[in-house]
Design a protein around this ligand. Sequence first.
Ligand code: HSE
Length: 338
Amino acid sequence: MRVLLIGFGVVGQSFAELVDSEASALAQNYGLRPKIVGVVDSKGAVLSPNGIDLKKALTYKRESGSLERFGDGTYLRGRTGLDAIKEVDCEVVVEATPTDLKKGEPGLSHLKAAMKEGRHIVCTNKGPLAVAMPALIELASHNKIMFKFSGTVGGGTPVLDFAKKCLEGSQIRSISGILNGTTNYILSKMSSEGSRMKDALAEAQRLGYAEADPTYDVGGFDTACKLVIISNYVLGSSLSLGDVKVKGISDVATEDIERAKAKGQTVKLIGRMDKRPRVGPEEIPVTHPLNVSGTFNAFSFDTHPAGEITLVGKGAGGKETASSVIRDLIEIRRTFAR
Ligand code: HSE
């Protein structure tokens, strides 16, 4: 399976690392042999129809912040994702550029172009889905390609397909959860160590959990965006970001957390989809299933007739999200190998 990787940041690099380190297990267990024939970052691209040496790509990128050391002929300075989509012969495009929640770019243009070229898509970028999810799903079906985006919600936790496939037969009455790893990490640090929000955020950025624009995390927009994706995918709604009432955690003070503690409660940033979609800090009992710490995400489905079902897993981080890309590639391979 020839793969064009667009975006070589935390997720893109972790994906390349997994493809390299797990190559024999993936081939043996799933018949999946991803060959990365192109890697595009913000400055240029490395294209090689025979497959790129991923160890080299990772070393060059980590040491110099660029892929330039591949040298003339292989490294093409200024080549963009759109150029590569047109030039490179591949079965799958992996879109892992940073999220832009306003226009969804450059991811949105990458997805449209890849669909027109008939490439299957694995997308970890939430922006295009926040802006144009129903249109993209229609375009994918029109072009008869698979459009997978399980890494956009839950990171490595397969919440989208869990809700869609494993809860079949149940009525999902509402969804609530902790959908952002960065803010959960911050609130957990404030609660357990008395950290300042600013310091905890800086730590989350250093560890690669936060968005390129961290106001998306702290302001609640990343949670809202994931709420839109999960609601549209699982409940069949056609929400966009503007439909969600959003409040972030900027106003949460250590005193609020201490006050909650004294009542056996804890403060969490919760996304809810029942009558209307909304995001905001809430006090929940410390015994509540949604009370998870660090970068864990938790998703609670109120179902009929089975009642409350909660799924917990790591929701941010390079290798966690990269594992969702592998999962999506396995599904694409399985579907088209039939
Ligand atoms: N910034 C996001 C988070 C990354 O903290 O959850 C995963 O979507």
